[in-house]
Design a protein. Structure first.
Length: 232
């Protein structure tokens, strides 16, 4: 299946994520872990708010989160549940998804935020990011495009930026489709060892690997881009 076909499949099942019983905490622990590897934000500017303003309850600069870059959430879906934890880390959130109906729901809830409706494999990533994530979406990427996409994502991280994605922690590469959610949906994995090899070759330092739903093969990988060596 192509990413466009996967997007159309997800257009038909948005109700699975908007129903009240959907677990809105799914993935939050992994995001908290990944964001913890980011460097501390720059120190706050000295408090320049006049004392009379503080008396009125106005926030000082030290009470405001310091912006420290952008975050790109791949396969962001419609729940926006990762937005608060990302923004609490001082990052500006952007989402991308190939499902136009998923994005329509997300954008209706957060109209001031940036969302891209595109296939991330062919999408021209507009900037470098401090944090890139792909929660329960990377396995929908066609098998032949997963390696070049991983390299592209690491390349578009800031120095010391962090990439988080979940994948199928299989021994070998493979691909299949199933209809568990209703429509036919594609899944693929390069195999855990190959993912790690690619990330290291691309200049990443593997910070965390976890089979978080054992005995299922659902696997979390967190990698941090090594700081570029400065020339003398």
């Amino acid at each position: 299946m192509t990413p466009e076909e996967t997007g159309k499949a997800y257009d038909t099942i948005t109700h699975l994520w908007t129903r009240p019983e959907f677990n809105q905490t799914n993935g939050l622990t992994a995001y908290q872990k990944a964001l913890s590897f980011l460097a501390a934000p720059p120190s706050q500017e000295p408090d320049t708010v006049p004392s009379e303003a503080l008396d009125k309850g106005e926030a000082s600069n030290k009470d405001k989160p310091k912006k420290r870059g952008y975050a790109l959430d791949i396969g962001c879906g419609c729940t926006n549940r990762f937005v608060p934890i990302i923004e609490s880390a001082g990052l500006t959130y952007e989402g991308i998804d190939v499902s136009k109906d998923m994005l329509a729901i997300a954008a209706s809830q957060l109209p001031a935020h940036t969302f891209y409706c595109a296939d991330v494999c062919t999408f021209t990533i507009p900037k470098h990011y401090s944090f890139i994530s792909a929660w329960d979406s990377f396995w929908h990427i066609p098998l032949t495009q997963q390696e070049p996409l991983l390299k592209k994502l690491v390349d578009h991280l800031d120095d010391d930026g962090v990439l988080l994605f979940s994948c199928g922690g299989t021994d070998e590469s493979g691909q299949h489709t199933n209809e568990v959610m209703g429509p036919e949906v594609y899944y693929a994995s390069l195999g855990l060892h190959r993912y790690i090899e690619i990330l290291i070759e691309a200049g990443g330092f593997v910070r965390h690997v976890e089979f978080d739903q054992h005995p299922e093969l659902h696997t979390i990988i967190i990698v941090q881009k090594r700081t570029a060596q400065k020339t003398q």
